[in-house]
Design a protein around this ligand. Structure first.
Ligand code: GCV
Length: 716
């Protein structure tokens, strides 16, 4: 038996051991809340480069932020206290515009002309050991210091290798939040809205400042605060005061605020008889409203409008066109410097192929939109599926400013439960060649003005941000926010490089980790395509919630174009949507040589085969397999890849803090179960039509079709 004294001592010992374990755990552990501002290893360029001071002689709230950011990051990166100077001196970082005499002397005037209002220059003057970060505006200088810090943390040699000159591809780089006024987020998988409307305008969620910092670090310069399925109440005076509070907070970071508006607002809020865009009373109502917004928010960005789409009101309710609706709002916003982003996401349950409908409605309006209107077009012609060919409107509207819309939140790619890095999806889309003006008429070059010249430019991403501690639900979903921002800044960047950058800043720079996980990330979206919708299949997901497979879904009285059968058309003859010249002829919306390529199953890339063709189950693929066998292999490959990703992640344990390691591990277990669920559901269901065997070399289904159909959402 222990004596009283011994027992006291042993309790003390246990306490000390536990306490030290706890401190070790908590000091090493990360919860994801710091985003890509997590890893600050000592920056080493060479023996001479370890700046210890900052020289900024201009002042503004943004320059204040620059000073704070540099102080914070450099003391971590160079492990020393950073001084603030009143003049330039050896070993300093000098930030500013040409109003700073030293910068004006050191940077060629021509560079200032080249970079415009948002670009910057980073120049290392080795004789003086001074790094200059120069720009024409304070906001651009903020972008410059973030770029500098990113390089210090990911590829430091770049800083001394050459003068860096950067400017953004798009003028407007915008997040679209589908946040509702009650705090919920449509298609949001990371908790509730970060705006916390209920606390505003008195109290501001401190996270909004971190959000602004994160966006500024990428160069994102706009945010639409509310859902495109817009609640008219957002335009009520009380709400506008809340919006103002957010706008004031975001301003020093260079982020303008926009609102989604409901086209029927004049009737609903103003009590007008209608919301006809040609009605003078309607125009007067909007003018008064816009005036009141700019009184509160002088740099307000403008409106995003979802009109005559999925039940939302719009100008067609009054016999007016999309152009008449958009132009009415645009004319009112123009004197204030505001823009209208008018969505082309329109389709109706008509006899026409849904994939053609936006083109049919919008193409005839080319040239009719005023110059502060952008048509916001989703990357694909249906709806953010794991893979779609590009929307044929891109390239077809030479006289209209088109802005791409991609979805960062993973409505159709496993919510925040599956690891799917969207860089490859975004770049596949942006680098798609439309051939509208010969080779290299890519969507990136069309939409950034490289081809059709002088129009307003923009790009939008539907945000995946919420109140979850780690912001995005899955730690790796932060990378999707990050890659959107980086591509919005430069649509030619390598998405693998972006993945590496993100990994280094978020986890560690250890090559064993970075290279393994960059590879996993790069292959992750293709794995999702394979286990969900391979070979051009699409829209096989569950009704309404869009989670999990339901290729059999049939709801009495439902719109046919909301049911999977409309898209897969599986029957005993085969599977796929015939969009060739013998079917809906959607192929004709593409320029040659794409039109002929897509039209002929022998030439059509496998990835789009069943998007454009309905083919027999025994159709011979170019690799010699029949279609059914190929489908089975694709589904299995998707599952096997997820298994491999999970095994690779398990090997990463030594590089990652326990909390994030475990949280990602759990998500990967879920993803593997659900990949199997998708594979089994789709193969077992399609097998009822093909009547063919699953090849014996592949894993057998672990579910039964009956069990899956009866169980509904996530049977695992
Ligand atoms: C905001 C899809 C989504 C809807 C979304 C819509 C849109 O249909 O399921 O939630 O609505 O796209 O982009 O407007």
């Amino acid at each position: 038996m222990l004596s009283r004294q011994t027992s006291k001592r042993s309790y003390l010992l246990i306490f000390l051991v536990c306490f030290s374990m706890f401190s070790l755990y908590s000091s090493n552990d990360e919860d994801g809340s710091k985003l890509w501002f997590t890893n600050y290893q000592k920056a080493i360029i060479n023996d001479n480069y370890h700046p210890g001071s900052i020289y900024i002689n201009e002042s503004s709230p943004t320059f204040q932020l620059i000073l704070e950011e540099l102080n914070y990051s450099m003391s971590l990166l160079f492990k020393q206290n950073i001084k603030t100077l009143n003049n330039h001196a050896k070993g300093c970082i000098c930030v500013g515009t040409s109003n700073n005499g030293y910068i004006a002397e050191s940077i060629e005037k021509d560079f200032f002309r080249k970079i415009g209002n948002e670009g910057f220059i980073i120049k290392y003057i080795s004789e003086e050991d001074i790094t200059i970060i120069a720009a024409n505006t304070d906001i651009a200088a903020l972008y410059g210091i973030h770029h500098y810090l990113r390089l210090l943390r990911t590829d430091p040699e770049q800083i001394i290798a050459q003068t860096i000159i950067e400017k953004p591809a798009y003028q407007n780089r915008i997040l679209n939040h589908w946040d509702n006024l009650d705090g919920t987020v449509e298609r949001g998988y990371a908790g509730r809205s970060i705006w916390k409307w209920e606390d505003l305008p008195e109290r501001l969620n401190p996270r909004i400042r971190e959000y602004a910092r994160a966006n500024a670090s990428l160069g994102i310069n706009g945010t639409v605060l509310n859902n495109v399925n817009a609640d008219p109440d957002v335009l009520k005076p009380d709400f506008l005061r809340k919006v103002k509070r957010i706008a004031d907070e975001l301003r020093p970071y260079g982020i303008r605020v926009y609102l989604s508006v409901n086209f029927s607002s004049p009737e609903i809020l103003g009590g007008l008889q209608n919301s006809d865009p040609l009605n003078p009373n309607v125009k007067a109502w909007w003018l008064k409203k816009v005036n009141s917004i700019y009184e509160l928010i002088p740099d307000f960005g403008g409106f995003l409008v979802k009109a005559n789409s999925e039940g939302q009101p719009g100008p067609q309710d009054f016999g007016r066109s999309h152009a008449e609706g958009a132009n009415m709002l645009a004319d009112i916003l123009k004197p204030f410097g505001g823009i209208v982003m008018w969505r082309a996401f329109v389709y109706n349950p008509s006899g026409e192929d849904r994939a053609k409908q936006a083109f049919i409605e919008f193409k005839p309006l080319d040239g009719e939109f005023h110059d502060n209107v952008l048509i916001q077009v989703k990357n694909g012609p249906i709806d953010f599926q794991p893979r779609e060919p590009f929307n044929p409107l891109f390239g077809a509207m030479e006289n209209t400013a088109l802005m791409p819309e991609v979805q960062i939140t993973k409505e159709y790619l496993g919510f925040s439960d599956h690891l799917a890095y969207l860089g490859p999806l975004f770049s596949e889309f942006l680098q798609s060649d439309t051939y509208m003006k010969g080779n290299n008429t890519t969507i990136a070059r069309i939409t950034d003005n490289s081809i059709y010249g002088d129009k307003i430019t923009a790009i939008a991403g539907v945000a995946n941000i919420g109140s979850d501690t780690n912001w995005c639900g899955h730690h790796f979903d932060q990378a999707n926010w990050y890659v959107f921002g980086r591509l919005a800044w430069n649509n030619q960047l390598s998405v693998k490089e972006i993945a590496r950058e993100w990994l280094k800043q978020t986890f560690t720079t250890q090559p064993g980790f970075v290279e393994t996980m960059a590879k996993v990330m790069m292959e992750s979206r293709e794995a999702v395509v394979n286990y969900m919708t391979p070979l051009g299949l699409h829209h096989l997901m569950g009704w309404s919630h869009h989670y999990g497979p339901e290729p059999w879904c049939d709801i009495p009285g439902a719109r046919p174009d909301w049911l999977p059968r409309y898209y897969h058309n599986a029957d005993s003859n085969g599977i796929g949507f015939n969009r060739s010249s013998s079917g809906s002829n959607a192929v004709e919306l593409y320029a040659e040589p794409l039109r002929s390529m897509f039209n002929d199953p022998q030439l059509c890339p496998d990835k789009y085969l069943l998007w454009f063709h309905h083919l027999p189950w025994d159709y011979q693929m170019s690799n010699g397999r029949d279609l059914w066998t190929e489908l089975c292999h694709r589904y299995s490959e998707g599952v096997e890849n997820v298994r491999l990703f999970r095994d690779l992640w398990h090997k990463m344990e030594k590089f990652v803090d326990p909390r994030r390691y475990n949280e990602v591990s759990q998500k990967m277990d879920t993803q593997l179960n659900e990949a199997i669920w998708w594979r089994d559901a789709c193969l077992l269901y399609f097998q009822t039509f093909s009547g063919m065997e699953i090849p014996p070399e592949l894993d057998k289904p672990v579910h039964t079709l009956e069990g899956l159909v009866n169980k509904g959402i996530n049977p695992v």
